[in-house]
Design a protein around this ligand. Structure first.
Ligand code: ADP
Ligand code: MG
Length: 276
């Protein structure tokens, strides 16, 4: 695809929402593929014990595969667990295996338990333009590790009833982590997912979210699409599974929008500036 500007430093984006099934994993892998297909170098870190992002990227994640668990709990270097995504040049993945389910408890007694992912990323020397972290549907130590490691939070919101319910808790956690552990952290991006243009409800929810988060919501909303939901069972993103589909085109466009949003590094505040 066409080239996009490289950010001056690696943008680490935490994809979070403690609700399950809102499109976190789908958005992580497809935005990541979109960025990579625009010519950028992108790493997906799967931080959900379910390993859905690993599956969707065609990455083996049975129990013996070196994974993010080894990094967080055993202190293994990130470089030892990164795998290339064969379908998409420039895209890489750190898989999650089922033992990550125990990490939430094991981390409690470890030193620097909130900043183990941040340290691993800081020590990673390969050049990357983006790191996208797919969080589990909870606000425990795994998600806290992601929030300490990132500068930006991207929240996928499903265009359904109660879309904003529970978001306050995530936003308070972001504020807490910013105040105590990571001053750069901010919610930079909100992505509307599973948008059904035929229903009034979706339009109403989208409008409510846009009123609430005027600058953060991407113009591109991701439509509800069977192709998007089919792709993971083939170990693919929708961008390679069905490149011409509206789902693929919308994720490509959302990725472009994300990349064109300039971020002022001193303040961490997103600006509306778009580059050519
Ligand atoms: P989360 O990671 O927040 O739990 P997922 O990304 O796994 O959510 O999405 C939940 C389910 O919805 C999955 O089965 C996924 O395939 C499906 N899904 C996600 N986005 C779309 C979409 N735009 N259209 C249709 N199905 C979708
Ligand atoms: Mg998920």
């Amino acid at each position: 695809g066409e080239g996009l500007p490289r950010p001056p430093a690696t943008r680490v984006i935490v994809v979070a929402n403690q609700k399950g099934g809102v499109g976190k994993t789908t958005s992580t892998v497809n935005m990541a593929a979109g960025l990579a297909m625009h010519g950028l170098r992108v790493l997906v870190i799967d931080l959900d014990p379910q390993g859905n992002a690993s599956t969707a990227l065609g990455i083996d994640h049975h129990a013996e595969v070196p994974s993010i668990y080894d990094v967080l709990v055993e202190g293994k270097p990130l470089a030892d667990v990164v795998q290339p995504v064969l379908e998409v040049e420039g895209l890489f993945c750190v898989p999650a295996t089922i033992d990550l389910a125990g990490a939430e408890i094991e981390l409690v007694s470890l030193v620097a338990r909130e900043s183990r992912l941040a340290r691993a990323i800081a020590a990673y020397e390969q050049p990357l333009d983006y790191i996208l972290i797919d969080c589990p549907p909870s606000l425990g130590l795994l998600t806290v590790n992601a929030l300490v490691a990132g500068q930006e939070v991207m929240i996928p919101i499903q265009c359904e009833y109660y879309a904003l319910e529970g978001l306050g808790q995530l936003l308070r956690n972001v504020d807490l982590v910013r105040a105590h552990l990571n001053p750069a952290l901010h919610v930079s991006t909100i992505l509307l997912t599973m948008y059904d243009a035929r229903t009034r409800l979706a339009a109403q929810v989208a409008e409510e979210v846009r009123n609430h988060f005027a600058t953060e919501v991407l113009r591109t909303a991701i439509p509800r699409s069977v192709r998007i939901s089919e792709a993971p069972s083939y170990g693919q993103t929708v961008l390679t599974y069905d490149p011409g589909s509206t789902g693929a085109l919308s994720y490509l466009e959302a990725a472009r929008e994300l990349a064109l949003r300039a971020v002022a590094p001193e303040t961490g505040a997103p600006t509306a500036v778009e580059q050519a």
